[in-house]
Design a protein around this ligand. Structure first.
Ligand code: ACM
Length: 635
């Protein structure tokens, strides 16, 4: 009875407040397939009744909805399976609606009711994510906010373009805890990603317990803590403590797999071999072609590769030896345990950036080449990959690798993850193989998002608008073979979760829209408007994101003795102010209208962007040395 009074009261509040509502913004990322707005608003009553059917699998969806609603709105939530007066109705239709498929949903909001329906729980879950984005930004608050909760009336039908919508998390270069991985999952599912690729092994750490090979985590999970610019550190002294890092026990992995499943996410494990294997070799040196007495240590960010030439050269042998039978026994053990831990159909076995210079010098490799009639080092790697594919398939899994596995001949049923542009993916698809597109130029989230003067420094830049241009299906291939795409976060320069968030967002908004929304729906201008709404939400949710899109962009060129500086912005509507006199410009300073000539004696160019009266970009200072260097003037 008490509940009923609350409900009636809630309806009354709805009626009296109806006329005072203002138009809520609709800013859904990724954009739904169809959204039709209808007149009126839904106002969340004091008592929220959720009708949800009896199916046990609905529990996961309900938890997602209930916990967010309760925390932010403080509303009393009643869950029932028959409620004629239900406010929010989750309907699980087992009737097949072919249009929306496994992950799609319908979401209808009327002034009286919210109804989400789908063929499967995953669809309902994504419907809930969309519904939460239709709430005001305060829905992101961890504590109850007193306000009217007004939602627009809409009719949405939505389903994904690709079944593989991945985000990669490199937990090898720096270790991230189980709680960090859960946080990563919590954030990715808001944008309808369904695949977490965990890069579990590399030169800097082996992060997964393999019970039959205990040294992998006793030795391989630990290096020396260094902070600064990774890759430039001096080699650690022998007495520096190797206590930085960590690994997931098998119990941890099971917990993460279960957590991911509850969020409709599959975890793709990656064991990166035969290159990037120094942590394994430090644990079991006999796996290299050059087993020296105790000379291998897990990398702590010192230089171990030479990237200057066309092919990578290893300064320290970080490769497994394809001519050594022990390597295949080792990999069989690893894959056996990995296959048992991860229910996902695929195992990623790396294959990228494998230096061949130590193989070239190895007698064992020479013998192997003769025996197997292998002509090149690429064919040696291909021999290795084909044997590895057999191991993976013998455990009931599908074999996937970076596009280098194409070199020297692709294993018969391999799936290729194309990262060095799209060409590897195109080549593999033309051979009839399935492909996941993940090209550096659009999808590498370790790249800087803005000017190197202000970003944590790495060798390349990927701005938001470029990430938004990602199109996974090239014209020249059978689209069915492109099973999806993903964005990759490598963590050499990423030391903590705040920086993880900074690197992912907002570019992972862009990639999510590419992977979920119809191609024809993509539109940079409307997208960026929505991104800004989500920045607001992230401010509420205490999630960090990069504001780089607001910063000024420098383009510097030389004409004779004159240096010219062009300034621009990634988004329209910003004004740019600058100074050459070492003081900090504001909107009363000269406004940029045409290319700048650098005064001969100037020491610094300082630039800031404004939107109207408000500073919006970060102040960027370039010294004249920076400017000269960018103009190609060497000293
Ligand atoms: C890669 O970025 N080395 C796959």
């Amino acid at each position: 009875m008490k509940k009923l009074t609350g409900l009636i009261c809630g309806c009354f509040i709805t009626l009296v407040s109806y006329g005072q509502t203002h138009e809520p913004e609709i800013a859904i990322i990724p954009a739904p397939v169809t959204l039709v707005k209808s007149p009126g608003h839904f106002i969340l009553p004091q008592n929220v009744v959720i009708e949800a059917g009896k199916q046990p699998e609905l529990k996961l969806v309900l938890t997602a909805l209930e916990s967010r609603l309760m925390a932010a709105t403080g509303r009393h939530i009643i869950v029932t399976n028959t409620a004629p007066m239900a406010t929010i109705k989750l309907s699980l239709y087992y009737l097949k609606d072919a249009l929306i498929g496994n992950e799609g949903y319908h979401l209808v909001i009327t002034p009286k009711k919210i109804i989400i329906s789908a063929n499967n729980p995953a669809g309902l879950y994504y419907g809930v994510q969309t519904l939460l984005q239709l709430f005001p930004p305060a829905i992101e608050s961890a504590v109850a906010v007193t306000q009217r909760w007004v939602l627009p009336c809409v009719n949405i039908t939505d389903y994904p373009r690709f079944k593989w919508r991945g985000l990669m998390f490199d937990v090898a270069r720096h270790f991230f805890t189980k709680a960090d991985v859960k946080q990563y999952i919590n954030q990715m599912v808001r944008y309808k990603y369904n695949l977490l690729h965990l890069h579990l092994t590399d030169d800097e750490g082996w992060r997964i317990e393999i019970k039959s090979l205990p040294k992998l985590t006793q030795v391989g999970a630990w290096n020396v803590k260094k902070v600064g610019y990774f890759g430039t550190f001096p080699p650690p002294a022998p007495d520096e403590p190797r206590n930085y890092g960590g690994f997931y026990t098998q119990a941890d992995i099971k917990e993460l797999v279960q957590y991911a499943k509850e969020h409709f996410v599959n975890i793709l494990p990656e064991i990166d071999v035969p290159g990037h294997s120094l942590a394994a070799i430090a644990s079991y040196p006999e796996l290299s072609c050059t087993p020296g007495a105790d000379k291998y240590v897990v990398r702590s960010g010192e230089e171990i590769m030479d990237w200057k030439g066309k092919l990578p050269l290893a300064l320290v042998d970080n490769t497994l030896c394809p001519a050594n039978e022990k390597v295949y026994e080792f990999l069989d053990k690893v894959v056996t345990e990995v296959a048992q831990l991860f229910p996902f159909d695929y195992i990623h076995m790396g294959g990228d950036e494998c230096a061949k210079n130590f193989w070239e010098k190895s007698d064992a490799i020479k013998v192997l080449m003769k025996q197997q009639n292998l002509k090149t080092m690429e064919e040696v790697q291909s021999y290795f990959e084909k044997r590895l594919e057999k191991i993976v398939e013998s455990k009931g899994k599908k074999f996937l690798g970076w596009d280098e596995i194409l070199e020297g001949g692709l294993a018969p049923d391999a799936i290729v993850m194309s990262w060095r542009g799209m060409k590897g993916g195109i080549q593999a698809a033309k051979m009839g193989h399935q492909v996941v597109m993940s090209p550096t130029i659009f999808a590498y989230l370790d790249y800087m998002q803005g000017d190197p003067a202000i970003e944590s420094h790495i060798y390349a830049t990927l701005r938001l608008n470029k990430a938004y241009q990602f199109e996974p299906v090239p014209d020249s291939v059978d689209a069915k073979l492109i099973i999806g795409g993903q964005a990759n976060l490598w963590t050499e320069q990423v030391y903590n979760m705040r920086q993880v968030e900074y690197m992912i967002w907002p570019r992972a908004f862009a990639i999510s829209e590419t992977l979920w929304s119809p191609k024809a729906k993509k539109n940079w201008n409307t997208f960026f408007g929505r991104v800004e709404e989500h920045f607001n939400r992230f401010n509420m949710a205490d999630i960090k994101y990069a504001p780089s899109v607001y910063d000024p962009i420098f383009s510097i060129s030389k004409n004779g003795n004159d240096i010219k500086v062009d300034l621009s912005t990634e988004i329209p509507g910003l004004d740019i102010y600058y100074s050459f006199d070492n003081s900090f410009p504001d909107r009363f300073y000269p406004k940029y209208t045409q290319p700048l000539n650098v005064p001969k004696e100037a020491a610094n160019l300082r630039v800031i962007t404004y939107r109207g009266n408000q500073p919006i970009g970060r102040m960027i200072t370039l010294t004249t040395e920076d400017i000269n260097r960018r103009a190609g003037i060497k000293h």
